[in-house]
Write a protein that binds this ligand. Structure first.
Ligand code: BYC
Length: 329
C-alpha cells in the first residue's frame, strides 16, 4: 500500500509538469552526454524535487546517524577509541553540512529541510532506528553501515547534479576511513576473549539484515528508481548495489571467523554471486514509517538540539546584520 501511494504521487508529479519541451530536450541531451547539471542551469521541476528529496534525506541521515554512535563516546573502552570515534562523528556532522549546502543550491532553505525532518515529511535512513546495545555495535556500524554507505555513495560521485557529486568525493574518502575503523574494532573483538567474540557475533547478527535493507526496496518495488536512473541521479540499482555489498562483505566476515545470520547465504558458481535469503520488507517499511521507540527518541533528540541551538542561530544572524551595517557605513 505504501508503494502504491508513492507511485500515484510520482505519476501525478510527472503529469503536472509544465516544463517547456525544448528545454527538457536540451537538459536530457546534457545528462545523456554525462555533463554535470549546475545550480544556475535550467532543470525540470521534478528533477529539482527529486534531488531535494534525496540530498536532504541523505543530509538528515548523516546528522541523525551521529546519535547511535554519539551514545558510545563517553563509554569508549580506551582514549584511542574515544578519539577515533569522536573524529568519526565529527566527520558525519561535516557530511551533513556539505549535503545541506548542496541541497540549498536547489533553492530550498536549511530551515525548510529541518522542518520537513522534524514534522516527519522527510525521511532518514532506516538503519539509524536500531539501538546500539554494546561497544561491538560501534564496530558493526563502521564495518557494515559505513561499508554499505560507501557502496551506495561511490556511484553518486558521478551523479548528474554537480554540487551533489562533488560533495560525495570528499564524503567517500572519509567513509573509507570509517569502514576500516569499524572493521578494526570487529577484528580486535573477534580475536579477543570468548566473551568479546560473542559480543562481535551478536552485533553482526543484529546489524546484518538492517544493513542490507539500507539499499532500499527491491528494484521492482522502487518507485523512484526508473526516473532517477534516466536522469542519472542514481547510477546503479538498489538490488545491484545490495548484491555487490554482500559479495564483498561475506569474505570479510569469514576472515573474522564470524557467521552471517542467513542460513540461505551460499556462493552461486553460475551467477558468480552469493545467493541470500528473503529480506523482511515488512520490517523495512515499518522502520521507514518511524514505528518503534528508537525512532521517537531520535526525533525528540533532534528537535531538542534544534530548539536548544536557537540562541546560537539568533546571535549569528544578529552579528551578520551588525557586520553588514558596519561594512555599509
Ligand atoms: N531508509 O524508490 P526508492 C551514512 C525510501 S548515512 C529510509 O528506491 P530512491 C552514515 C525512499 O526514500 C547514508 N527510507 O527511493 C551516517 C523512498 O521514499 P520517498 C545514507 C528509504 O530515493 C552516519 C521509498 O523508500 N545514504 O552513510 O530512488 C553513520 C522508495 O525507495 C530507504 C543515503 O542517503 C532507507 N534505507 O532510493 C554511519 C544515500 N531506502 O523518499 C553512516 C543517498 C529507500 O519517495 N540516497 N527509502 O518518500 C540514495 O541513494 C537513495 O535515496 C536510496 C533510495 C537508495 C536510499
Amino acid at each position: 500500500m505504501y508503494t502504491t501511494e508513492l507511485q500515484k504521487v510520482s505519476a501525478l508529479d510527472n503529469s503536472l509538469s509544465a516544463d517547456p519541451p525544448e528545454l527538457v530536450a536540451a537538459f536530457e541531451a546534457r545528462v545523456a552526454a554525462d555533463a554535470f547539471i549546475e545550480p544556475k542551469d535550467w532543470m525540470p521541476q521534478a528533477y529539482r524535487r527529486t534531488l531535494v528529496r534525496q540530498i536532504s534525506q541523505h543530509a538528515h541521515s548523516e546528522i541523525v546517524g551521529t546519535l547511535p554512535e554519539g551514545n558510545w563516546i563517553t563509554r569508549a573502552p580506551s582514549l584511542r577509541r574515544k578519539a577515533v570515534l569522536l573524529a568519526k562523528v565529527q566527520d558525519e556532522c561535516g557530511h551533513g553540512l556539505y549535503l545541506y549546502c548542496a541541497a540549498e543550491t536547489l533553492g530550498t532553505s536549511r530551515e525548510q529541510m529541518i522542518e520537513a525532518l522534524h514534522s516527519g515529511k522527510a525521511k532518514y535512513s532506516t538503519i539509524f532506528n536500531y539501538p546500539t546495545l554494546t561497544w561491538a555495535d560501534m564496530g558493526a556500524i563502521g564495518w557494515l553501515v559505513d561499508g554499505a554507505a560507501i557502496m551506495n555513495q561511490v556511484p553518486l560521485q558521478r551523479t548528474s547534479y554537480g554540487p551533489y557529486a562533488r560533495a560525495m568525493v570528499r564524503i567517500c574518502k572519509e567513509e573509507s576511513f570509517h569502514q576500516r575503523q569499524g572493521y578494526e574494532i570487529m577484528m580486535t573483538l573477534a580475536n579477543g576473549s570468548a566473551a568479546q567474540k560473542r559480543m562481535a557475533q551478536d552485533a553482526l547478527n543484529r546489524w546484518w539484515w538492517p544493513s542490507i535493507m539500507m539499499f532500499g526496496p527491491p528494484d521492482d518495488n522502487s518507485p523512484n528508481s526508473a526516473q532517477s536512473m534516466r536522469w542519472r541521479i542514481k547510477r546503479e540499482s538498489n538490488d545491484d548495489l545490495r548484491q555487490r555489498f554482500i559479495d564483498v562483505t561475506v569474505p570479510q566476515a569469514l576472515a573474522l571467523g564470524l557467521t552471517l545470520p542467513d542460513p540461505e547465504l551460499k556462493w552461486n558458481e553460475a551467477r558468480d554471486h552469493y545467493d541470500y535469503g528473503p529480506i523482511d520488507w515488512e520490517e523495512f517499511y515499518a522502520v521507514v514509517r518511524g514505528e518503534g521507540q528508537v525512532a521517537k527518541e531520535r526525533m525528540s533528540a533532534r528537535v531538542k538540539a534544534w530548539e536548544d541551538g536557537a540562541w546560537v542561530r539568533e546571535a549569528a544572524a544578529a552579528h551578520a546584520v551588525k557586520k553588514a551595517k558596519r561594512n555599509a557605513a
